[in-house]
Design a protein around this ligand. Structure first.
Ligand code: ZN
Length: 487
């Protein structure tokens, strides 16, 4: 039975969904004003692993991952200019153009990492009405106050009725000393009060009407509003990076308890951080490497490009609650490990069965399941697969035999655990994708040669290229600017 570590109770718990056979799961998604970096890949892959495993266990999963596009900062909703609006202003774009551009790029990165798309991907900007209604509920319960057109959570009052800081293990005194002096402090009763709604300043271009002012919701509000809208007032799992635990998730808990009288989330799950030389990787630390830079090898800290599968494997080689420290050497080691696994998988698919087995395949399936059931212990699953690779290589090298039953079982387990659950594309699907590009490039090259031949009035060559491509099944159309083709 699946056990997961619940950040709230600080222990592993047997997972029992609220509604039998169904799981509701919410994960904080990206803020879309820049490219995704390695730090974004970790929560995406961690919760993809969970999503894939829940599906494997036969659950019907509603997986909601939001897009933060109202442009709040990552660490404090009260601070400074909306970043999307700032980018839009600087580049003379409609804010939604910035949002769409980076959302598309995020999707492309996720697809390359073989991260499954969520069931619902709501945008904060599309749920302003729900957020206003949620703020109103908190107002009605008396846990919020209006100041100068903005609405703030009355944390002191809330903390008298509910434990504030229970997720991150903080108390109000800790929080007072941690809170930085920021914009909007004069309006608040206490520095630790956080914004539920902010009145927009005149230069703020993303704003909406509300009962309190023309403005925009506080960052924490979108997850409370969209989580309960799509998953109900109580749902199973809420995930995100450890850096979101405070203030973001703590604030979400406070908003739910204040508005609904109870917590919405039953299991809180947090992945640990990726560090570079021991420091957190992130936009605010200016040491981040985007996923695209990894794939292309274009960053001063990188000695070579690393494929999306290498990045995925690198992340899955660590347990999600451990830190992962980035270095070229660590990624090169991951690349080698993945190559060994890929080779074993491809050999496994080619093996011939014999009458009996001389290799021991062990109870690989049970051991993999046991590891996944133990709070998604992907590094242990990977080590079991490496063990099994030894048996595969023995048979492949002709130093042992495998029976048909054992061979089928081994193929099944590798497909299930390596491909479906870990999401590693060991069958060359990614190279086939790259092969498509090469093939398209080759056809374009031939047609460009034909174009050049035509310019030189070399009709024989031009006709030969066209006729031979046509014979192969291509349709070629000459256009004003050159050519179009299809197969
Ligand atoms: Zn969130």
């Amino acid at each position: 039975m699946l056990q997961i570590y619940n950040t709230l109770s600080r222990q592993k718990e047997y997972f029992k969904p609220l509604h039998e056979g169904h799981v509701g799961m919410y994960v904080c998604g990206p803020t879309v004003y820049g490219d995704a970096h390695l730090g974004h890949a970790r929560p995406a892959i961690t919760f993809d692993l969970l999503y894939r495993y829940l599906l494997h266990l036969g659950y019907k999963v509603r997986y909601v991952r939001n897009i933060t596009d109202v442009g709040h900062l990552e660490h404090d909703a009260d601070e400074g200019e909306d970043k999307i609006a700032k980018k839009a202003r600087l580049e003379q774009l409609e804010p939604m153009e910035v949002v769409q551009y980076f959302t598309n790029r995020y999707h492309r990165d996720m697809e390359l990492l073989n991260v499954l798309p969520p069931s619902i991907e709501p945008h904060a900007s599309g749920h302003i009405i729900e957020q206003i209604a949620f703020v109103q509920k908190i107002m009605d319960k008396g846990y919020a106050y209006v100041s100068n057109g903005s609405v703030y959570m009355d944390v002191e009052k809330y903390a008298k009725d509910y434990p504030y800081g229970k997720l991150s293990g903080r108390n109000l005194e800790d929080i007072v000393t941690e809170t930085r002096e920021l914009d909007g402090q004069q309006e608040k009763k206490h520095s630790f009060d956080f914004a539920l709604w902010k009145k927009a300043s005149p230069e703020h271009i993303m704003h909406w009407p509300s009962p309190w002012s023309e403005g925009f919701p506080g960052w924490h509000m979108e997850c409370s509003a969209m989580g309960t809208k799509y998953l109900g007032e109580q749902f199973d799992i809420h995930g995100g990076g450890m850096d979101l635990m405070f203030p973001h998730h703590e604030a979400e808990i406070a908003q739910s308890c204040a508005a609904l009288g109870h917590d919405s989330v039953r299991y809180w799950m947090h992945n640990n951080m990726i560090t570079i030389a021991g420091k957190k990787m992130g936009k605010s630390y200016n040491n981040f490497i985007t996923l695209e830079q990894f794939f292309e090898g274009k960053h001063e800290l990188l000695e070579q490009p690393f494929s999306p599968m290498t990045i995925r494997f690198f992340i899955l080689q660590a347990h999600y609650r451990s830190t992962v420290d980035f270095s070229n050497d660590a990624l090169v080691a991951a690349e080698k490990g993945l190559a060994r696994l890929t080779e074993a998988y491809q050999r496994l698919m080619k093996l011939q069965a014999s009458a009996t087995s001389t290799v021991e395949i062990g109870n690989l399936r049970e051991r993999c399941q046991e590891a996944m059931d133990d709070d998604l212990n992907s590094p242990i699953v990977i080590s079991h697969l490496f063990d099994s690779a030894r048996a595969i290589n023995t048979v492949f090298d002709g130093k042992g035999t495998i029976s048909e039953a054992d061979l089928n079982e081994l193929r099944e387990v590798w497909k299930t655990y390596a491909m479906d659950i870990l999401g590693l594309q060991l069958d060359g699907a990614q190279e086939a994708g790259a092969g498509m590009d090469a093939y398209k490039g080759a056809v374009d090259m031939l047609l460009n040669m034909r174009l050049e031949a035509k310019r030189q009035k070399d009709w024989a060559t031009s006709d030969k290229i066209r006729n031979e491509l046509t014979a192969l099944g291509f349709t070629i159309k000459d256009t004003k600017d050159g050519f179009e083709w299809s197969l």
